[in-house]
Design a protein. Structure first.
Length: 126
C-alpha cells in the first residue's frame, strides 16, 4: 500500500512539474511601456555669427602659419620702456613727481598693457 501511495504521489508530482511554467520576465517587450510620440514643430534658431553658414568660396585649411595678434615689441623698444619705467620709479623715490602723477602714469601704462593683450576670437567655422 505504501508503495502504491508513494508511486502515485511521485507520478502526480512529476505531472505537476511538467505542467509548471516559469513566469515571463518583467523586462519582456510585452510588459514594457511604449513611448509616446512627441510632435515637434519649427523652433527658432539663434542668428549669431557662429550658427550661420559662412560661404567663403574656399575649403577650410589649417596649414597656414600662426601669426601674432599685433606687432611685437622689439629689443630697442623694450630697452626704452625699461629705462622709462626705471626713471619713473626713481623719480617717485626721490620725490621729483607727486604720488598722483605716479599713479596716473602707472594707470596709463596698465591701460596700454591691457590693450596689447591678445583678443579671444571665436572658433573659425567654415
Amino acid at each position: 500500500m505504501r508503495i502504491a501511495v508513494l508511486s502515485l504521489s511521485g507520478t502526480l508530482f512529476v505531472t505537476a512539474l511538467a505542467a509548471c511554467k516559469a513566469p515571463e520576465p518583467i523586462v519582456a517587450p510585452a510588459h514594457m511601456r511604449r513611448p509616446t510620440a512627441e510632435i515637434v514643430g519649427p523652433r527658432p534658431v539663434s542668428d549669431t555669427a557662429v550658427s550661420q553658414k559662412r560661404d567663403t568660396g574656399t575649403y577650410p585649411t589649417f596649414s597656414q602659419p600662426l601669426t601674432a595678434a599685433g606687432t611685437q615689441m622689439g629689443e630697442d623698444e623694450a630697452s626704452t620702456m625699461e629705462s622709462s619705467l626705471s626713471r619713473l620709479g626713481a623719480a617717485r623715490r626721490n620725490g621729483q613727481i607727486s604720488e598722483a602723477e605716479y599713479k596716473r602714469r602707472v594707470a596709463e601704462l596698465r591701460a596700454l598693457a591691457e590693450n596689447q593683450k591678445p583678443v579671444a576670437t571665436p572658433a573659425a567655422s567654415q
